[in-house]
Write a protein that binds this ligand. Structure first.
Ligand code: SF4
Length: 315
């Protein structure tokens, strides 16, 4: 049976601006189960990247709570977070920018091991680096190479090996394959899934690409304008998406499985500004099912009997 590894409650991150606060993250509630893969999908600018930076405490939240392994880490300072950092890994979107060009692959992967005192002697470091490289399907001869000598796919595998080096409990993956060719993406996703199962890791993916989230997630969340509008087991959401935004988002992607309902909703109109979101349900200017109530009253993020949660007055 799985247990909750991380939870956020009513998490907000508002940035000041001359026009008023930018509500990048605006009241997120979610739970991440140990050993599972959570996939959060949403259009660019919806607040996904800010959300993971707040969850990692790289940005301070404006409001809300962050619970990790049962501890409330919301108010943890630099020193307290330092000891927790090793439990939380991160894989960045652009492998070309994520690696220090002056360091060899060995130095890049072994650095977190040295920082956290997990291996000091060269022999110990070597054993662990080799093991991590093999886990990510890299040839050990690449250990003495510099990033510019490697392909994008190889660099991203090194980024993943570095994130796994200190045996974190959770790894956050921000669009981890979007900078890579499709054939390379598939290989990396397979290696990630294998590593997750073998090491009992928990993954938190964010992406604008439903096809990626469809492949990797156990639990899926859909984010719109700083809020999660629908969340639940992936199979449930894919088979029968409830929230009109989820249905519109899925409709934009060709669906190969004939058993899956093709939504009739086409997304039109622009995403409103996070500085001045519409009152009530913030999807109301784009929603084909909008009612009077939607313009006045914000829908509650409600858990339904089938195990999903949805924020819409229709449910
Ligand atoms: Fe549409 Fe109303 Fe549901 Fe918002 S609450 S998604 S406007 S039906």
């Amino acid at each position: 049976m799985s247990s909750t590894l991380m939870e956020v409650r009513n998490l907000k991150k508002h940035f000041p601006s001359p026009a008023g606060p930018v509500k990048a993250v605006d009241g997120i509630n979610l739970k991440i189960e140990q050993g599972k893969s959570f996939g959060l999908v949403g259009e660019s600018g919806c607040g996904k990247s800010t959300l993971i930076r707040v969850m990692l405490k790289l940005l301070e939240p404006t409001e809300g709570e962050i619970i990790f392994q049962g501890q409330d880490i919301t108010k943890y300072g630099f020193r307290e977070m330092r000891s927790l950092r090793k439990e939380m890994g991160m894989v960045f979107q652009d492998p070309h920018l994520a690696l220090n060009p002056k360091m060899t692959v060995f130095d890049i992967i072994s650095r977190p091991l040295k920082i956290h005192g997990l291996a000091r002697k060269k022999g110990e470091l070597m054993v662990q680096v080799v093991e991590l490289m093999q886990a990510m399907g890299l040839q050990t001869e690449h250990m003495i190479r510099f990033p510019h000598e490697l392909s994008g796919g190889q660099k991203q595998r090194i980024g993943v090996a570095r994130a796994m080096a200190v045996e974190p409990k959770i790894i956050f993956l921000d669009e981890p394959t979007s900078a890579l060719d499709v054939s390379v993406q598939t290989k990396i996703l397979k290696l990630l899934e294998q590593a997750r199962r073998e090491r009992d890791l928990t993954f938190f993916y964010i992406s604008h690409d439903i096809n990626l989230i469809r492949v990797v997630a156990d639990i899926m969340g859909v984010m719109y304008l700083g809020k999660i509008v629908e969340m639940g087991p992936k199979a449930l959401l894919l088979k029968d998406p409830h929230h009109p935004y989820t249905r519109g988002l899925f409709a934009a992607v060709p669906e190969p499985d004939p058993d899956i309902i093709i939504s009739e909703i086409q997304l039109t109109g622009e995403v409103p500004s996070p500085v001045n979101p519409p009152p009530g349900c913030n999807f109301n200017p784009r929603c084909p099912h909008v009612m009077d109530r939607c313009r006045k009253e914000e829908p509650e993020f409600k858990e339904l009997s089938d195990g999903r949660s949805v924020a819409c007055h229709l449910y």
